[in-house]
Design a protein around this ligand. Structure first.
Ligand SMILES: [Zn+2]
Length: 46
């Protein structure tokens, strides 16, 4: 079973993180958007 990694990156500052679940990625996006009002995206990295 391949390891899936999610790459979370902010378009408006240098916040960037790798997490291993989509849920964790969404939580990081939500918390950063809430605290900073930045544009944050994540992509799955296979
Ligand atoms: Zn940011």
């Amino acid at each position: 079973m391949a390891t899936t990694v999610y790459h979370v990156v902010c378009r408006d500052c240098n916040v960037e993180s790798l997490v291993d679940t989509e849920t964790a990625a969404e939580q990081l996006v939500d918390s950063h958007v809430t605290e900073s009002d930045h544009t944050v995206e994540f992509d799955r990295v296979d």
